[in-house]
Design a protein around this ligand. Structure first.
Ligand code: HEM
Length: 426
């Protein structure tokens, strides 16, 4: 409970409601508000001198909203107090989902989390990612070739989603035929799961699609265990020197996590990136004037400004005091990465899009600690390579109109973004 020391839970709830009417991120309708209204609400919450407890009036349940940079960092780096089980998403995954698909590493704590992370990190060291860099370049070049040939209207499926999906599939060693099948199942699943879903509703068709996708991956895992190849699936399903490996269910859970954590996030970052560069022509001019100097800063600033993952949750393992709020064992806290990325005590002029911001200690990849984004290095490489390819070969590429955003309390998702460019002559 986040009442300032000495206050009761009830008076804190009343205080929050009175102090910031309409600014309650525990209410589903909050996430339907325009982005500016949500940002203003988070600014008001940040201005309070302690975290606030937000209650969902439908359920009477709630969480302490961590909106300041320092609070998100502290909770992220103290996993003994702020644990990830039983889940980091709100609402938390239903028990049957976990029973069916196995636990995803984001929802686990040590020692199970450390064990899993040790196995899967084999694929994400900068050295190994450097090996896939050539591959990223080839995929990016092919995407631009296809754009030139097919002139698609929507940047999201043609470019932003295509790059991270193909890169993950290449790393995992998913054959071409299965890629299309998996993509079909994912699209199917995301059409049938929504933001305001109730925990009790079984998203029947979406669930079946997910199960089919996991089936495809599990079959690949079994095949690679018999005939290992030089790819990530083989590395994950064959034992290392200590005898550790993933079983089929864990492999399926990990692949699903990569699709959400690695593909959706990067896709949304890239789509927001094109929009931000289009709507900030002076920043774009600076970027293209010297790509080598500014590309890294531009990628960091896109991730800060867009913050593809809005929030993750933790649960209190013990009573704890954080920034003047008393948190009780069992309480939930929500780490609002996007709100922390606009913390005016850390970022000067936080709403500005400034590719030269330095330092830029944003929390777009998490606040540090054991769950810090495993794919941060890979994501940065993908974004740099694709932006370089686009800005070099399609120099006037730009978004057209506003992005079609999907209301969500979880990710800053772009459904579609129209775009245009002048094809090169000759
Ligand atoms: C711009 C793109 C990306 C963003 C904004 C992003 C953001 C995040 C965030 C906020 C977390 C949670 C951190 C925490 O709780 O402390 C996370 C975790 C994770 N990310 Fe990323 N991510 C991105 C790309 C990727 C990519 C490309 C991959 C892999 C291919 C990836 C794999 C993961 C995994 C496996 C975790 C869970 C780590 C754990 O629980 O130990 N992410 N990411």
């Amino acid at each position: 409970m986040s009442a300032p020391v000495g206050q009761s839970r009830q008076s804190e709830t009343e205080y929050a409601a009175e102090y910031a009417p309409g600014a309650n991120p525990a209410e589903p309708q909050f996430w339907q508000l325009p982005a500016a209204a949500r940002a203003a609400a988070f600014a008001r919450l940040r201005a309070l001198d302690h975290p606030v407890f937000c209650t969902d009036p439908r359920t009477g349940k709630g969480f302490h909203a961590l909106v300041r940079h320092a609070d998100v960092v502290e909770a992220s780096r103290n996993p003994a107090v702020f644990v990830s089980a039983p889940g980091v998403t709100t609402p938390e995954p239903a028990r049957w989902v976990r029973a069916l698909f196995g636990d995803s590493m984001v929802n686990l704590d040590d020692p199970r989390h450390a064990d899993l992370r040790r196995i899967v990190s084999r694929a994400f060291t900068p050295r190994l990612v450097a090996r896939v860099e050539d591959d990223i370049r080839q995929v990016a070049a092919r995407i631009v070739d296809d754009v030139l040939e097919q002139r698609p209207a929507d940047f999201v499926p043609a470019v932003a989603a295509e790059l991270p999906y193909q890169v993950i599939c290449n790393m995992m060693g998913v054959p071409e035929r299965q890629r299309r099948e998996i993509l079909r199942q994912i699209n199917h699943a995301s059409e049938h799961t929504g933001v305001a879903r109730s925990r009790l509703r079984v998203p029947g068709r979406g669930l079946r699609a997910l199960a089919r996708m996991q089936g495809v991956i599990a079959a690949l895992g079994r095949e690679r265990r018999r005939h290992p190849a030089d790819d990530l699936i083989s590395a994950l399903v064959t034992a290392d020197v200590d005898g550790r490996r993933l079983d089929s269910r864990q492999l399926g859970a990990f692949f699903s996590l990569l699709l959400v954590a690695g593909v959706e996030t990067t896709r949304n970052a890239l789509a927001h990136g094109l929009y931000l560069l289009t709507t900030h022509p002076e920043q774009r001019a600076l970027l293209v004037s010297d790509l080598d100097t500014h590309l890294g800063g531009a990628v960091e600033e896109i991730v800060r400004h867009a913050t593809p993952i809005i929030q993750f949750r933790r649960t209190l393992a013990v009573d704890h005091e954080l920034s003047g709020a008393r948190l009780a064992k069992g309480d939930k806290v929500v780490l609002f990465f996007g709100a922390a990325n606009r913390d005016e005590t850390v970022f000067a002029d936080p709403d500005a899009f400034d590719i030269t911001r330095s330092p830029n200690p944003h929390l777009g990849f998490g606040g540090g600690g054991p769950h810090f984004c495993l794919g941060a290095y890979l994501a940065r490489q993908e974004m740099k390579v694709l932006l370089r390819e686009l800005l070099t070969r399609l120099p006037d590429i730009r978004s057209v109109g506003e992005p079609d955003l999907v209301p969500s309390n979880f990710d800053n998702r772009v459904r579609s973004l129209r775009f245009a460019f002048t094809p090169p002559t000759g």
